[in-house]
Design a protein around this ligand. Structure first.
Ligand code: AMP
Ligand code: MG
Length: 409
């Protein structure tokens, strides 16, 4: 029999999340490997990246126009002598602007010595080697000073950042052909339940195909880890114990099912036999209330509720930060967005809810509505949704047009 659930053990969502985050913060960074710059997309950076030169490396012009001395443009219109042209990529050491002079210049070119501003070509007329200017410019206008974005040697990227296109742009700019990234952690996935059969099988009348191992594997991969799917465990202690033992060899063990209060919910009981330390036994949320989190020796495990939606939601809310920590990522706080509710929601009070929802609308008119799920097993509704709407425990009715919190998934 699973141990009696004491309501005192059940934490609020925020306390439960902080509990996982605290443990995630204790995880040591994994070992690293070197990959090519493009292969680093989606991985976690394991080395600092510093500026190999000033950024920008020269006084970079940001408009096509004329490099001038701002002081020459105090009385308008003014005519300046055009003494040359500078294209992007040109060397300008030999060029210098004096009083009454201008140089035709292109976006991306270095500003010549003596110039302190660039007038946009739109405000100029050129004739017979002279340019007439019809607008004043401020000192510094349309020139980015050398080293203003970063000084040579300054830190641009830190270990622990997830590498995306912007990170890759920085690494490319500093000439990093390869990057050191953290090794992906291995996460064991163990679905439990006598009724659960492999997806290759034709299920009997009372059997259910194993969807959780696959949804979890996809979530694990998205979170930056490698999924190791174990065979389905029956609701029988001996085989369950063997498979848990196998799962505990990996960096993290995710179980699904068998953590509710039923007679054959054996997961906690078997984990207890491994001398597990339980850190969470139940969270005041729906779906996902029976969530279990703990440790056997130095390995963490999550017992996720078996209902497919509950499994997916509790992964996003609790297992993901632990996987990110194992992957070497710096802590990511959970940030909720807000959107206007499209149609009224009525629920019962007393528990925080994370309900599958659809964020739609266009441009600045985003609006959100519940996906209309039929309970924690409704994967098709989940598949049509793109976020969760968060319903606070004290709200019975939320009117259309109200702002609600949501979490993208
Ligand atoms: P449990 O948490 O074991 O009580 O399971 C709750 C519900 O989720 C039951 O209806 C199970 O049949 C279903 N379920 C459990 N595990 C899986 C799985 N791996 N794939 C699909 N459904 C599952
Ligand atoms: Mg079960």
């Amino acid at each position: 029999m699973s141990p009696e659930k004491n309501s005192n053990d059940i934490l609020s969502f925020e306390d439960a999340r902080h509990c996982v985050e605290e443990h995630a913060a204790r995880i040591k960074a994994p070992t690293s490997e070197t990959v090519s710059l493009l292969d680093s997309a989606g991985r976690v950076l394991a080395e600092p990246v510093a500026a190999d030169r000033d950024f920008p490396p020269f006084r970079r012009v940001t408009r096509d126009g004329y490099a001038v001395r701002a002081a020459d443009l105090e009385k308008l219109p003014v005519r300046l002598k055009v003494i040359g042209e500078i294209k992007a990529g040109a060397l300008v050491d030999h060029l210098r602007i004096g009083a009454g002079q201008a140089i035709s210049i292109m976006t991306g070119a270095p500003a010549p010595e003596g110039s302190d501003a660039v007038v946009m070509v739109e405000y100029t007329t050129v004739k017979d080697g002279w340019v007439e200017i019809s607008r004043i410019v401020k000192v510094g206008e349309n020139i980015v000073p050398a080293g203003s974005e970063a000084k040579q040697g300054s830190l641009l990227l830190s270990p622990g950042m997830k590498i995306d296109h912007a990170t890759i742009a920085v690494a490319a700019s500093t000439g990093e052909v390869q990057l050191k990234v953290f090794r992906r952690p291995r996460v064991a996935i163990l679905a439990t339940g006598d009724e659960i059969v492999d997806i290759e099988c034709t299920p009997g009348a009372s059997q259910i195909r194993n969807s959780n191992s696959y949804s979890l594997a996809a979530q694990v991969q998205n979170a930056g880890a490698e999924a190791v799917i174990l065979p389905v465990a029956p609701d029988e202690p001996k085989r369950l114990r063997e498979l848990i033992q196998q799962g505990l060899q990996e960096d993290l063990l995710l179980l699904s099912g068998g953590v509710s209060a039923g007679k054959y919910d054996l997961v906690e009981q078997v984990l207890e036999a491994f001398q597990a330390g339980f850190l969470l036994r139940g969270v005041h949320i729906q779906p996902g209330k029976p969530l279990v989190f703990g440790k056997v020796a130095d390995k963490y495990f999550f017992g996720l509720p078996g209902n497919p939606i509950s499994t997916m939601v509790t992964f996003d809310l609790f297992a993901k930060p632990m996987i990110e920590a194992l992957a070497g990522m710096t802590r990511q706080k959970l940030v909720f967005l807000s959107a206007r509710l499209k149609s009224e929601i009525k629920t019962k009070t007393g528990i925080k809810r994370f309900l599958p929802a659809v964020l739609s609308g266009e441009f600045e008119r985003a609006e959100v509505e519940l996906a209309g799920w039929q309970g924690s097993g409704d994967t098709a509704t989940m598949a049509r949704s793109n976020c969760y709407v968060i319903i606070p425990p004290d709200r019975e009715t939320i009117d259309a047009g109200e702002w609600v919190s949501l979490l993208m998934r």
